[in-house]
Design a protein around this ligand. Structure first.
Ligand SMILES: *Cc1c(COP(=O)(O)O)cnc(C)c1O
Length: 411
């Protein structure tokens, strides 16, 4: 950092500012986390300099012996971690990884089934502004209006009626469990493929707080920077029979040279996740989310589906007479970071949705437990129930400072 500071003080200062923001704030955006220093270190290495188009042992460039070693380690560890027959560790990000899976298995215009986007699905699960919605014919399933849970009878009916080629499951804002086995049974009945996009709750699949996607899914895609706590990236896991098609769809299908410095960081992150300590960490994420949900409910808030079974919570802000933007911005002012989000059957808009989405992965990384969740839950409720109250704000700001000092980051 000192070389960077000397050469480019403007960039160095912005990086330092971001580091301090993370240290001084409570990061509760459920897709964010704080990667270990070992992971960060692997990313900032000269591996970034190397071109290595192709796969280990089959590169288009010379000088790949160390790169091959790194990528083989990442592959071996990913397969072990997820009990997978095949792993492609080259995807740069989750969105591109989903693109590659569609490209490998489907033709443009083919029908795919995904979760409704305003009910928790991801852009790459068929949103009209995304390539997925433009190149493929998506039909969507949703949650039941009363229970706010995915209705498996509806999923089956739609699948039998529409006969898609693939069902995509996974979400960015669904606080409950995906029943992979039940989805598999529907896919078998229709004779179609199952893609489990476990990007958000991957850590909980490892700790056993969420069912594991294999052997039910044909493909598993996960980002590596969310509950897995690795570098900003993704991987694709699949059954052996699809290995060739997936590899081809990543390179040369959708990517050029792989980011081997990021692959090195993924290898480090998989080593961390294979350690029994990681299971404890990810289990604590789930315990913390439950503890947080309990306080919010006890304080009278309405939570989508009445609580959580994973790492995230959706607060319905309508009874508080504020929007999700107002709530999340009031919290951010006090360095509690959440995000505004649509909730099922939202009466607001995408820009002014009615929900706040928040979760526990990053706080759990700092070592916080149920006791702190109770405190933070009470702080959050006091702020969003009184978004204009200056005394409450001052009080909460002090408590955030106390907590972040007690649970330091990157020391
Ligand atoms: C985060 C996420 C993605 C996309 O990942 P990016 O790396 O941001 O492209 C895809 N699917 C789901 C369910 C996600 O949560």
């Amino acid at each position: 950092m000192s070389i960077l500071k000397q050469f480019d003080p403007e960039v160095a200062e912005a990086i330092e500012g971001e580091l301090q923001r993370q240290k001084n704030g409570l990061v509760m955006i459920p897709s964010e986390n704080h990667a270990s220093e070992a992971v960060l270190m692997a990313m900032g290495t000269p591996l970034s300099n190397k071109y290595a188009e192709g796969y280990p042992g089959k590169r288009y460039y010379t000088g790949c012996e160390f790169i091959d070693k790194v990528e083989n380690l990442a592959i071996k560890r990913a397969k072990k971690l997820f009990n997978a027959e095949h792993a492609n560790v080259q995807p740069n990000a989750g969105s591109g990884a989903n693109m590659a899976i569609y490209l490998a298995m489907l033709k443009f215009g083919d029908k795919i089934m995904g979760l409704k986007l305003d009910q928790g699905g991801h852009l790459t699960h068929g949103h009209p502004v995304n390539f997925s919605g433009q190149l493929y014919n998506f039909v969507q399933y949703g949650v039941n209006k009363e229970t706010e849970l995915i209705d498996m009878n509806e999923v089956r009916e739609i699948a039998l009626r529409e006969k898609p080629k693939m069902i995509v499951i996974g979400a960015t804002a669904y606080p409950r469990i995906f029943d992979f086995k039940a989805f598999r049974e529907i896919c078998d009945e229709v004779g179609i493929l199952l893609l489990a996009d476990i990007s958000h709750f991957v850590g909980l699949c490892i700790s056993g707080d969420h069912p594991e996607p294999f052997p039910y899914a044909d493909f598993v895609m996960t980002t590596t920077h969310k509950t897995l706590r690795g570098p900003r990236s993704a991987i694709i896991l699949s059954k052996e029979q699809h290995a060739k098609a997936i590899d081809k769809a990543i390179f040369p299908g959708t990517q050029g040279g792989p980011m081997e410095h990021i692959i090195a960081a993924k290898a480090v992150c998989f080593k961390e996740a294979l350690n029994p300590e990681f299971k404890k960490y990810a289990h604590q994420i789930a315990l913390n989310a439950k503890a947080l949900a309990k306080v919010l409910l006890d304080e009278g808030l309405r939570l989508v589906s009445g609580g959580t079974d994973n790492h995230l919570i959706l607060i319905d802000c309508r009874p508080l007479k504020i929007t999700g933007r107002q709530g999340s911005e009031a919290l951010a002012e006090l360095e509690i970071y959440t995000n505004r989000n649509t909730i099922p059957f939202d009466t607001g808009t995408a820009f002014e949705p009615s929900g706040i989405r928040l979760g526990t992965p990053a706080l759990t990384t700092r070592g916080m437990k149920e006791e702190e969740m109770k405190l933070i839950g009470e702080m959050i409720v006091s702020v969003i129930k009184n978004v204009e109250d200056k005394n409450i704000k001052k009080n909460v700001k002090n408590k955030v400072k106390e907590l972040t000092e007690k649970y330091p980051l990157y020391v």
